[in-house]
Design a protein around this ligand. Structure first.
Ligand code: FES
Length: 226
């Protein structure tokens, strides 16, 4: 019933939508067919970065459309993904040192520490903090602090000096994963077993099963063998 609906404004046009919907569902309820600006629908892919304002409030808010419930008098604009500075590199030829960051992203040292990126992050990451770590060349710290980044790009969209925070952060996570993280012996052992064909036969057997049998086996599986 219309009195239960709340008004939202999508690209400037008013729609009345159920108040329990996320922004993404409200847009679809309003008749938009989302082809861009949508991906996983679960808060992981970063495709649905959205900017909004509320009536009588001059704050610019940022969120993920798939994770945020509508509010009355929300004025919504979806931000199509646009490219930020992204260095080309072959990870196997890089070295995990500060000068590597500065040579691939020299603009890194222009960071003003204004914190606009942190305010824009829908994941509530301390983007300003990890950029400070990047300026110190602390690759492991950047990798740790940016671990939950979903690459939506809203930080870069708001940066007054054109930093590409999320691309710098993924470079650090790659360098950390490839060169700095402690090696996992059990993973090395398992890879050797796979290469030696230890699991070929059971895999072939699984591939020959029907759906119902697979479901039964899935339910009965031993998650943490004792
Ligand atoms: S659609 Fe993937 S984060 Fe929203």
């Amino acid at each position: 019933m219309s009195e239960e609906l709340v008004p939202v404004f999508i690209m400037g046009k008013r729609y009345d939508v159920p108040p329990s919907l996320t922004i993404m569902k409200a847009m679809e309820y309003a008749g938009y067919q989302l082809i861009r600006g949508v991906g996983c629908r679960g808060g992981f892919c970063g495709a649905c970065g959205t900017v909004y304002r509320l009536r009588d409030d001059d704050t610019l808010y940022f969120c993920l459309a798939c994770q945020t419930v509508v509010q009355p008098h929300m004025y919504l604009v979806q931000i199509p993904f646009f490219p930020a500075q992204r260095a080309e590199y072959d990870l196997s030829k890089l070295v995990p040192r500060p000068e590597q960051l500065f040579s691939l992203y020299p603009e890194l040292l222009r960071c003003l520490g204004c914190g606009t990126c942190t305010k824009a992050c829908p994941q509530d990451l301390d983007v300003k903090g990890y950029m400070a770590a990047a300026m110190r060349g602390d690759i492991a710290r950047v990798a740790d602090m940016s671990f939950d980044c979903i690459m939506c790009g809203l930080c870069a969209a708001r940066c007054p000096v054109g930093e590409a925070q999320y691309n710098i952060a993924i470079l650090c996570r790659r360098l950390y994963g490839r060169y700095l993280a402690p090696r996992s012996q059990h993973l090395e052992d398992r890879l050797a077993e796979i290469k030696a064909g230890k699991f070929d036969k059971p895999l072939e057997e699984l591939k020959s099963l029907g759906v119902e049998e697979l479901k039964e086996r899935y339910k009965a599986r031993d998650i943490e063998p004792r």
